[in-house]
Design a protein. Structure first.
Length: 806
């Protein structure tokens, strides 16, 4: 940034040259090849290269010719070759000049001010600059007295490379090209091509932190050289390539044919859709010349995805490859969230189907076919095969969790709970069936039916653990430092500390306290009389793990909207403050519903399955993290330590895990760090057993034979009762006796056996959540269930094992 003194000198000089806004240099005078010290340009002035091919100065925006940006461009048709560090339009009274002390600056001269909007860093070891020159290569150079380049635009590319220009890691900063938000805009976009310090060439979604291979949607795997040894270059034949430190060269885009050399102007650009393209325009085309794409990478752009954002198009949309661009389209019944930036995704124009009463009536919905389309990493929670197309339609229409169905081949039907990473399938046998509403949403809300069986809260947990496979919806990305960028990426509101201080009345009402901080009740007030109850989770500051917990929970909850997950309203990351703003759950936690006398009974929620492409490990499933709304419907919260598993990585290495004693899987206690979703299956089994017995897993159970003061663990006690066929004893001796459950002991036994099956010490022998769902729904014969693990049958002898099923 230029000093105030330099800005004042520049402004004074410019006011002498242009005493009034109307006094602009004539066009002929503007078309010089240099800008000398003491000279200035105002919109729409510019200088040109000696050949007249390039121009630098104020370029009018296509969307609004009265606004200008400071840029270098091809005069062939105005295609931008580079932009200044200021991506916003220049104010009407702005000027660009070489100051008397030899610095280049863009200055806002409105109201007699001297605000420097942009000034490139120059080589302070050289003499002051005497001239700004635009070369025939398109390189803009600030030249010192007596020679020597103080600054040049080729060393600071934006989204474009010209022939003989390169990108490399330099001086601890990642060299990169960053896309524009849209073709007609100059604001910073979503994607970048970069060279990292380890030498790896990567394509990133730019709002994510770099240097993490999981955040790249393409990489060259050239890491290992270190020290900026890899260089990405563009040359005159139109070749885009990288060179390793050892001299190895690899093409990203091959050169044009020899017969075309010298006949075309060329440039390579990181386009707004995340694809790097090489453009060529004929030199003898005259006024009718236009640019054509001569090469691009990576190929199959619609299939590209990161571990977190899962594709180049947002949720609800699907990617279509055209000749020169990737396009994000909305299926029937959906509309763009932001029509100007279609890659943000699509939202339904109707109220989605609910699991109850009129709002869930299948007759109010229809399935609209989108041919030749697939949704690769959506929540594939139920696979049905064999199934005809008509059967697939019926299954989805009558499943309130089904948002769409995917038909692949002649006999396979896949139900999806949400739509992410959609794309053209290039396979006529593949088509998507999108559920849309055909009638208006009924007025009012429907009261959920309460159940008597308290253990049916398991259905809500199952719905979550189906969603624990929801990798396609999760944005496994780290938080950007800029609140505005984070808000744009996550789609949630960024609050200030003062906002939340007022909303909680000075953090007055404490709801609970955990290992990561405290939770307070609050109210958000909107204009008028609208209020929204909230819960503010205030994390412990100055704690490395707390920071990671904060980032994980924001990225997990920020992009998921589902009836069985606690919705995140927003967050605060200001100074040392780290807070999450969640919807308020008036029913409290499942722990309170189970273990407090007189607590309301939770109601059920329809379960889903767990087929998916990218599961999450929650790592801390327990009653405290299952909250109840005003109808006692369950919601899952506390995504402090999830781990997203993508593609072939069916296991992940997780360190510094914080589970809860009694619920944590034994593989953690054995010191194993390579785990998968079976860790959450174990925790689910513990919660299920607690719900059946209304007993805490950590508390010893008295010997029901009256054998002195002898006690056993809940797990061993349940295993002994199952082995002796004394299931009814699980429902006695607590304040929550359930007559309805006592009348359905066969189902109680099935649930208990499933719980102990989930708690199998060997993860490989545990069921998948898909198997759990089918078993609890009664789709699997009870006789086919495995016996309880021997460790539970044999631990702490309680009652004789008799009448064991053969």
């Amino acid at each position: 940034m230029a000093s105030p003194h330099r800005a004042a000198l520049c402004l004074a000089l410019c006011l002498l040259v242009l005493p009034r806004r109307q006094q602009r240099p004539p066009a002929a005078a503007a078309q010089t090849t240099t800008l000398t010290a003491g000279a200035a340009l105002a919109p729409p002035g510019y200088i040109t290269s000696p050949s007249g091919v390039f121009a630098f100065g104020f370029r009018a925006l296509e969307s609004d010719p009265t606004q200008f940006v400071l840029a270098t461009w091809f005069r062939l048709d105005g295609a931008a070759a580079n932009g200044s560090s200021s991506s916003s339009p220049a104010p009407p009274q702005s000027v660009v000049c070489v100051t008397p002390d030899g610095q280049l600056a863009l200055v806002d001269s409105a109201n007699g001010s001297s605000s420097v909007l942009w000034s490139p860093p120059a080589n302070s070891s050289m003499k002051r600059a005497s001239v700004l020159a635009l070369l025939d290569s398109g390189d803009l150079q600030l030249i010192a007295d007596g020679g020597g380049v103080l600054w040049q635009s080729f060393a600071h590319p934006r989204d474009t490379l010209l022939p003989r220009q390169s990108v490399a890691w330099d001086a601890g900063a990642t060299g990169k090209l960053v896309s524009k938000r849209a073709d007609a805009e100059f604001t910073t976009g979503r994607f970048s091509l970069g060279v990292q310090a380890d030498g790896n060439v990567v394509l990133y979604v730019d709002l994510l932190d770099g240097n993490d291979p999981d955040n790249a949607y393409w990489q060259a795997y050239t890491n290992g050289g270190g020290g900026g040894g890899t260089v990405v270059s563009f040359d005159e034949p139109g070749r885009l390539y990288y060179t390793l430190r050892n001299g190895t060269v690899q093409n990203l885009v091959p050169p044009m044919a020899n017969s075309t050399l010298g006949k075309y102007y060329q440039f390579a650009r990181m386009d707004p859709d995340g694809i790097v393209r090489v453009y060529a325009g004929p030199k003898n085309g005259g006024g009718n010349a236009s640019w054509t794409v001569s090469g691009a990478f990576p190929s199959n752009g619609c299939s590209r995805r990161t571990s977190g954002l899962q594709g180049l198009c947002g949720p609800g949309s699907y990617c279509v490859e055209t000749k020169d661009r990737l396009s994000c389209e909305c299926p029937s019944g959906y509309t763009y969230i932001d029509p100007q930036h279609r890659d943000t995704g699509c939202a339904p124009e109707f109220a989605p189907q609910s699991c109850g009463a009129e709002d869930g009536d299948p007759a109010a919905f229809a399935l609209v076919e989108v041919p030749n389309t697939t949704w690769e990493t959506s929540l594939h929670y139920k696979e049905l095969s064999p199934a005809t197309a008509e059967q697939c339609r019926d299954y989805c229409l009558n499943d309130c969790f089904c948002a769409a169905a995917l038909i692949t081949g002649a006999t396979k039907c896949v139900e999806m709970a949400a739509l992410t990473n959609g794309r053209q399938a290039n396979d006529p046998a593949t088509k998507a069936l999108i559920k849309v509403r055909t009638t208006k949403t009924p007025a009012g809300s429907w009261p959920g039916t309460r159940t008597i069986l308290h253990y049916r809260i398991v259905a809500g947990c199952l719905a979550f653990l189906s969603l624990a496979a929801i990798g396609g919806l999760l944005a496994q990305h780290h938080l950007n430092r800029n609140n505005t960028a984070r808000q744009r990426l996550l789609g949630v509101r960024a609050f200030t500390w003062k906002d939340l201080y007022r909303a909680t009345n000075g953090f007055e009402k404490l709801l609970g306290r955990g290992s990561f901080g405290e939770v307070y009740q609050g109210v958000l007030k909107s204009p008028g009389t609208t209020t929204q109850p909230i819960a503010v989770k205030r994390l412990v500051a100055s704690n490395e793990y707390s920071e990671r917990e904060f980032a994980n929970e924001v990225q997990s909850l920020g992009q998921i909207h589902h009836r069985n997950l606690v919705r995140m309203v927003g967050y605060c990351k200001e100074g040392r403050h780290r807070m999450l703003v969640l919807e308020f759950m008036p029913g409290g936690s499942l722990r309170g519903a189970l273990f407090k006398p007189g607590a309301p009974r939770p109601r059920s929620a329809s379960p889903g399955g767990s087929r998916c492409a990218s599961p999450i490990i929650h790592c801390d499933i327990k009653p405290d993290n299952i909250l109840l709304d005003d109808e006692c419907a369950p919601r899952i919260t506390d995504f402090g330590i999830p781990k997203l598993l993508v593609g072939e990585r069916v296991h992940a290495t997780v360190t510094n895990v914080r589970g809860t004693r009694g619920y944590i899987a034994p593989e953690w206690l054995r010191g194993e760090t390579r785990v998968d979703t079976k860790a959450d299956v174990y925790s689910f089994g513990v919660v299920l057993l607690e719900m059946i017995c209304c007993r805490r897993c950590q508390e010893p159970v008295p010997d029901h034979r009256g054998a002195g003061d002898e006690t056993v663990t809940l797990f061993g006690w349940a295993g002994q009762l199952l082995g002796a066929r004394r299931t009814e004893l699980m429902l006695r001796g607590n304040d929550n006796d359930d007559d309805a459950a006592a009348e359905d002991l066969a189902r109680v036994e099935r649930y208990a056996r499933v719980a102990l099956w989930c708690m199998e010490p060997n993860p490989a022998l545990r069921p998948t959540m898909h198997q759990v769902v089918r078993t609890l729904e009664g789709a699997v014969d009870d006789e086919a269930l495995p016996d309880p693990p021997g460790c539970y049958l044999e631990s702490s002898p309680l009652i004789p094992i008799a009448d064991k099923k053969e």
